[in-house]
Design a protein around this ligand. Structure first.
Ligand code: B12
Length: 340
């Protein structure tokens, strides 16, 4: 113990985190984490689109110490998911969703890490989060020095790039915090220009209403004609702003467990178009693709087909229209687009 922080315990926790399979670990204080002004503006301007839950529990979201009153530190963790076959790969499913659902993999690792910390520090009490709960994961990771917030809003880890997924353990241990890193983005702006829908704002936040990731993963209603065209052949998520980033040009292959392909992540567009609900249910189990329900996935696949330029998909679309009358208008848009 040295003053307020336990340096020896901090070193042990770092070591255990790496042994638990995380590529990076850093510590933040359990205090205010978000750039309040940017978050408030984002919400006030409705850029969270239909994600109404983002506007709830704001006090806790801004400060993990409000979420968990006994918290002292946040152990921020990152795992890489850069595919082995970069830069190639199926464009229609974003990289984070090609393997097994990362929430399950990282949650299990966090639980194992908690057990190991408890074994050396019986007073340990902690709660882990993987994209769950009102937690600003990127801001906390930036505070903990895991990387910097890129121009596209993504956390960029030196040496790994932005193909990293984040999770954290909010705990009662007095761990020594790390400090934020300087930005490595300079005035590059490639990500901003690469975004097909101009969704990236000047303050490095994203307008979800325009973000293809939001439209294909979170949004369950119709996708308007202007956006349909811009979605291109993407069926689930979008990596355009990350693909353009020079920090992602090369780097180590991601975590073996995260990048091992899941059968859902391997599905071709032709296969997706032919799925019925039973098949969707069987194939997407254990995959992040399940975040989009069956209707959403079909909707996305029909849009991708319309934008694909592949006229051989016309008979498949015709069969699809018979099976899914609710999608008739969209399918007829796709057929017209292919025939024009
Ligand atoms: C809502 C959400 C989305 C929404 C909105 C995206 C957005 N940019 O806000 C949608 C559905 C569009 C989305 C898309 C994606 N997402 Co998402 N998403 C989230 C979620 C649940 C909340 C993000 C949030 O709070 N947004 C609100 C905005 C205002 O906050 P923010 O982007 O964090 O910005 C703050 C910081 O930048 C901070 N800040 C800026 N500079 C600095 C400097 C310092 C020092 C500090 C402390 C803070 C700071 O100020 C901002 C305001 O507070 C997080 C998980 C989580 N609980 O955090 C995952 C998360 C951000 N998503 C993730 C991923 C992988 C993606 C996609 C890449 C998926 C894909 N391929 O399709 C895209 C990327 C799009 C993009 N360029 O951001 C990862 C990001 C990993 C990384 N390396 O950054 C996260 C962390 C999930 C995870 N557990 O790994 N996502």
């Amino acid at each position: 113990m040295n003053g307020r922080y336990d340096l020896e315990l901090t070193q042990c926790v770092r070591k255990l985190a790496i042994e638990a399979g995380f590529a990076r670990v850093g510590i933040a204080l359990a205090g205010p984490s978000s750039r309040d002004e940017a978050l408030s503006r984002w919400l006030a301007e409705g850029r969270h689109a239909g994600m109404v839950w983002m506007a709830r529990n704001l006090q806790a979201r801004r400060d993990p110490g409000r979420l968990i009153p006994w918290a002292k530190s946040v152990i921020c963790l990152a795992a890489g998911y850069r595919p082995a076959d970069e830069p190639a790969g199926p464009e229609h499913i974003a990289r984070f969703a090609r393997g097994r659902d990362y929430h399950k993999i990282l949650s299990r690792r966090c639980r194992a890490l908690c057990d190991r910390i408890r074994a050396i520090a019986p007073e340990f009490s902690g709660r882990s989060f993987v994209d769950s709960g009102p937690v600003m994961e990127r801001s906390l990771a930036a505070l903990a020095g895991l990387g910097w917030i890129g121009r596209n809003g993504c956390l960029v880890c030196p040496g790994l790039g932005s193909y990293v997924l984040l999770c954290e353990i909010i705990c009662n241990l007095p761990l020594k915090p790390d400090g934020p890193l300087a930005s490595g983005c300079g005035d590059c702006g490639r990500c901003v220009r690469a975004c097909p829908t101009a969704a990236i704002a000047a303050d490095a936040t994203v307008d979800a209403r325009r973000c293809i990731s939001y439209l294909t993963v979170e949004h369950s209603g119709d996708i308007g004609t202007e956006m349909r065209e811009l979605v291109g052949c993407r069926v689930f998520g979008c990596d355009a702003c990350q693909e353009a980033c020079p920090h992602n040009r090369c780097g180590p292959t991601g975590d073996a467990e995260l990048i091992r392909p899941h059968q859902a992540g391997l599905a071709t567009l032709d296969e997706l178009l032919a799925w019925d609900e039973e098949k969707w249910d069987a194939i997407t189990r254990g995959s992040a693709l399940r975040r989009a329900d069956f209707q959403m996935l079909l909707r996305n696949a029909a849009i991708a087909a319309g934008n694909s330029g592949r006229t051989e998909l016309l008979p498949i679309l015709e069969k699809m229209a018979d099976r899914h009358p609710r999608l008739a208008t969209l399918i007829s848009w796709a057929e017209k687009k292919l025939s024009s």
